[in-house]
Design a protein around this ligand. Structure first.
Ligand code: PCA
Length: 323
């Protein structure tokens, strides 16, 4: 009788532990280097979730494209090859034009406006991702985008024919409309593209210029046009998400919110400090002249029209919510 009781209690505890979802492990794919603020922030998010989940979920980060390269991360998470990952949102305009709203020139040129635009577009973003089997977790902007060039740019004519590194459809279009020749290149390949002479200009953040030590590849000028604040977003595979218990899901959402707040703060800091770093490395950091500014504004207005057409009713309602 005693043995039977022991046996029953052992069986019972085995049943209990197998019932409490065996510990999960998520791989988090990150495109940018470990020291980039987006990656560092994601690592902190992963650590917090892991520590607070009581052993139920471990999130392991893979920075620098070591698990999947930037261009492959969205698909990898969608198909569950990675359970979670971070991707540059506006490179996904072909998936959903709403995802590239934050790269429309001059639509949001301050952090305050960027936040308002984010809030206005968030419901549509979440809905679009949900339809693709993805759970949206958080989004963080890069510092304001500026123009880098090997040579000084003083007029619209100086842009003509420049070999330009693009990172999404919006920068490709911007290059076309300003007479430059665009090639799409992921951030990880920037140094190589400049050093081999494949490109000689680009628009990106002071952070990415600093991270790729762009001054070492003959890039001398940074023009702070601050025309948009594009975001990275972190998404999870819905199938993996559904396997978690409610407490773990709540924990992830809570930590995602904290990571988002911290990320926006880090971005604001980088927006100031990383420009200083470019100058300290010997680059000429300044503004474009009034003629060029007006030219970019004109190009931006044309692009806004094109985007509205592409984004249809959903785009229109996001813009209405923003304004
Ligand atoms: N850096 C990334 C995206 C925007 C940014 O500031 C890049 O250049 O690819």
């Amino acid at each position: 009788m005693k043995n039977l009781k022991t046996l029953i209690s052992i069986l019972f505890s085995v049943l209990l532990t197998t019932n409490v979802n065996a510990a999960d492990k998520w791989d988090m794919a990150l495109a940018y280097g470990a020291s980039n603020f987006h990656s560092a922030n994601a690592a902190e998010f992963a650590k917090n979730v892991t520590e607070k989940s009581g052993g139920k979920l471990t999130i392991v980060t893979h920075p620098g494209g070591s698990l999947f390269k930037g261009g492959a991360i969205f698909r990898a998470v969608r198909t569950g090859q990675a359970q979670i990952g971070e991707r540059f949102m506006s490179a996904l305009g072909k998936e959903d034009p709403i995802l590239e709203i934050d790269s429309q020139p001059f639509l949001a040129t301050t952090y305050k406006d960027a936040m308002n635009l984010y809030q206005a577009s968030k419901p549509a973003i979440i809905e679009g991702l949900d339809k693709k089997g993805l759970v949206f977790l958080y989004a963080v902007p890069w510092p304001a985008q500026g123009l880098y060039s090997k040579n000084e740019i003083n007029s619209v004519a100086d842009l003509e024919g420049l070999k330009f590194r693009a990172y999404n459809s919006a920068t490709i279009r911007m290059a076309e409309l300003t007479g430059m020749t665009p090639t799409k290149i992921e951030a990880a390949e920037i140094s190589q593209a400049f050093s081999t002479g494949a490109v000689e200009s680009m628009i990106t953040s002071p952070t990415t210029g600093k991270n790729s030590k762009i001054w070492e590849n003959g890039v001398k000028y940074f023009y702070d046009i601050a025309a948009w604040f594009p975001k990275n977003m972190v998404v999870a595979h819905r199938g993996s998400w559904n396997k978690l218990d409610a407490d773990t899901q709540t924990l992830i959402m809570k930590e995602a919110k904290a990571a988002e707040e911290k990320g926006w703060m880090l971005s604001r800091i980088g927006n100031v400090e990383d420009k200083k770093a470019l100058a300290a490395a010997g680059m000429v950091v300044g503004k474009v002249n009034a003629d060029l500014e007006a030219h970019f504004q004109k190009v931006g207005a044309k692009m806004a029209k094109e985007w509205k057409k592409k984004a249809g009713k959903r785009g229109a309602s996001v813009l209405a919510a923003y304004k």
